[in-house]
Design a protein around this ligand. Sequence first.
Ligand SMILES: Cc1ncc(COP(=O)(O)O)c(C=O)c1O
Length: 434
Amino acid sequence: MRYTDNGTTPRTAGVRTADRLAVNGGIPIRSPERTWPTWPIPAPDAPRLLESVLTSGRWAITSPSGAALFERRFARMFAEYTGVRHCVPVDHGSSALVIALESLRLAPGDVVLVPALTWVACASAVLRAGLVPVLVDVDPQTGCVSPEHLDLAVGAKALLAVHWACAMADIPALLDVCTPRGITVVEDAAQAHGAEWQGRPAGSFGHVGCFSMQHSKVLTGGEGGAVVTDDGELAALLQELRADSRRYASADAAPQGLELEESATIMGANLCMNEFSAAVLCAQLGALDEQHKIRNDNYDVLARLIEDIPGVRMLRRHPAQTKASVYEAALVFDELPVGMTNADVAEALAAELHTRFYPPREPLARSPLLQPWTKPSLAPLTERFVAEHRGRRYPNAEYLASHAVLTHHSTFLGVEEDMRHIADAVDKVVRSAR
Ligand SMILES: Cc1ncc(COP(=O)(O)O)c(C=O)c1O
């Protein structure tokens, strides 16, 4: 068997000559020699900016030195990118969530609604902020939390509205329901840098917007995070919460070149972003929109190809979402091939294509990563957490967790032909079971 010039197995009258799945010893759809884009891709300016940090004598916001801080430069750049006035960089997306929740100044043990289908940090950050996460189901089309799934009877004081995979939650609709009921909407845009809803950037709708810049994200500095807001007073509070009660000093108040002054209106912790990550992020942000364009064009190509395959669909975005930020693409197998789970399908696709496909994680209600009872200091919160979750069900989250297959956004950073390979592999896996 030889691969065609474009690296796939040849077709004869629409039927492939090698239809046995690669996972069962058949010939893969795509030649193993054809590689996929790797991630992360260093932006052209990243080495120069990193080198300048190395030699600047200033590796952290707390270093007393005259070199201009990349941390502040990134804060300005990212605020502009998200269309808000203020950005407070932090060391991780999880820290962004913790300080955003702390900044609400809720009472200990207050309830925060969290979608059941997301990364564990969304719930653990709530606990770290002294609050109780109550999990709610998600919309079956977008995988995001939506107004009809909110529990309005539990007395929640906040909602963590997560944009999931490549779809945005309908924040305007969530605000309409939450605001009159005194529920503050915190937007978790950790997976949605640069996504837009009717032309407005993700992260700019809620009371505050939170981002992660961890390695796998579309904008990464290795580790990192940020909180964005239009509210100047809130930004000052967030600065203290992430720098041991210190905020940026005004130019005349800066003691001996220190960037931070001890304003101390609220107790904080050290959750500051380091200068290496900040420098890399300044460079990477410059490349982000070009990468979005490639990914989004390829995503649209794949979505069109998948439409022709019965029983499979791509995760659907709300029509008001005017720009996607593809963090993970979700193929939903409404008709799973007979005898296969979505994990089997993911394994089969990975074997055909030689890149990662994987099922979503289980809903948080049964995640082994969410076990507050293993931490004695969380005991008072755990009691309510356990009591609130007895008998709760998350059918839509469970459905997506058992029918979707995900792939990382780097899969979309190549050429259109890659999308045809994916569609051919999906088609082959679906047909293999008929
Ligand atoms: C939706 C969401 N929120 C928060 C986080 C936490 O970010 P970090 O890993 O940077 O702490 C992640 C990370 O994957 C995430 O996907």
